[in-house]
Design a protein around this ligand. Structure first.
Ligand code: 9MR
Length: 367
């Protein structure tokens, strides 16, 4: 073979290799695996929490929301303290930016959270004491009116149960309970539904999945609360199960599945609203930590998605870089490394958690 022919041959071979690579990458593009595509294939949704300070500065984060999500929820911007720190000066600027981010990326936006004991402006409790339920009603009515037709799925009441507070029905000792009495929860849902009959109102709660006495007590109390609300004919659509897992605490699929069945048996829908998996208790190598996070994610998600009342999953952020477990000082890991709690690492590389999520969605029973 002459030199020239060899060169031609080599060119042809490498040309064919390039063509093959191009073809393969074209195929990868057309069948790109995304979490939202996996979810939609089963009539589920997938989404994540965001805050404008994160999306404003990070194009990769914006693109990841765009490609992977069908839903977003604001981590902060719709809380009472974000909207009306000073009484009478309601400011929707931040919250509206989240809603327009969603609209411009073809995403739906959830509302979070109308009534919560945290991030509550200081003026609220004295006002509730002096003026009663109207103060809570005015806040809910204004929120619902502002987002009528724009937000359907709403966390109306967040984290109202705390067995260790030792009160009747394990209700959390909050300004709402203290000033309005125990029926403030039902009233909040009724006020919201009257303001916008098209919303889906959720009761949202954490600590419902670990197999220990703490979560057992919370599951029991939440179930009793939901039963009571349904019996009273309160317009509640579903239970939001946050899903902030702690790997130091055990998970038992059969216990969690039984809880889901009980909730679904009340005629309620379920959404996993704030999934993340805290690896603070683990001191292993990063890859071992990732494996254990993914293992928990698979166990939790396959159990959750086997229950047909579960309509979808939202993670509490996409990338470890912006997780509350890495950005709030008091939650950080003591060894100074990143908590590997979310599907993407700090450089937006997918982790085993991502694949747990993807396959749990893709292999879920169809709705
Ligand atoms: O992730 C949120 C963090 O950025 C806020 O500082 C904090 C207080 O507003 O709330 C965090 O989100 C919480 C959510 O609103 C309700 N469930 C628990 C979440 C984690 O604390």
């Amino acid at each position: 073979m002459t030199a020239i022919t060899r060169r031609h041959l080599l060119t042809a071979i490498s040309g064919a290799a390039v063509a093959r690579t191009m073809e393969a990458s074209a195929q990868t593009t057309t069948v790109e695996k995304t979490l939202i595509a996996a979810a939609r294939s089963k009539n589920l949704t997938y989404g994540a929490a965001m805050a404008t300070w994160q999306t404003d500065r990070d194009v990769v984060l914006r693109r990841t929301f765009d490609r992977q999500c069908g839903t977003i929820v604001p981590e902060w911007e719709m809380k009472w303290g974000a909207i009306e720190g000073t009484r009478g000066t309601r400011n929707y600027t931040g919250a509206d930016r989240v809603v327009s981010f969603a609209a411009s990326h073809g995403l739906t936006c959830r509302g979070h959270a109308a009534i919560w004991y945290r991030n509550l402006p200081k003026w609220v409790e004295p006002a509730l004491k002096a003026e009663g339920v109207e103060v809570m009603a005015a806040h809910i009515q204004d929120l619902m009116a502002h987002y009528k037709g724009k937000i359907k799925s709403w966390d109306i009441v967040n984290e109202a149960i705390e067995p260790k507070d030792g009160l009747a029905d394990s209700l959390r000792n909050t300004p709402f309970l203290r000033q309005l009495g125990s029926d403030y929860i039902g009233r909040a849902f009724t006020i919201a539904a009257e303001a916008d009959p098209n919303i889906q109102g959720f009761y949202n709660e954490y600590g419902l999945y670990h197999n220990d006495s703490k979560d057992h007590d919370r599951r029991t109390a939440v179930l009793a609360l939901l039963q009571k609300l349904k019996q009273q004919g309160v317009p509640i659509y579903g239970l939001g199960i946050q899903g902030h897992h702690d790997l130091a605490r055990p998970f038992d699929p059969s216990v969690f599945a039984a809880f889901l069945r009980d909730v679904a048996g009340l005629g309620l829908k379920i959404l996993i609203t704030e999934l993340d998996i805290d690896d603070r208790s683990l001191s292993q190598t990063v890859s071992e930590r990732d494996r254990l996070v993914a293992e928990r994610a698979t166990a939790f998600l396959t159990t959750a998605l086997s229950e047909r009342a579960v309509e979808g999953v939202l993670t509490w952020g996409l990338s470890d870089k912006y997780s509350w477990l890495n950005t709030s000082t008091y939650q950080k890991r003591s060894d100074g490394t990143m908590n590997r709690c979310l599907p993407y690492d700090e450089n937006f590389q997918t982790k085993p958690f991502w694949y747990s999520l993807y396959y749990a969605l893709r292999n879920a029973p169809s709705r």
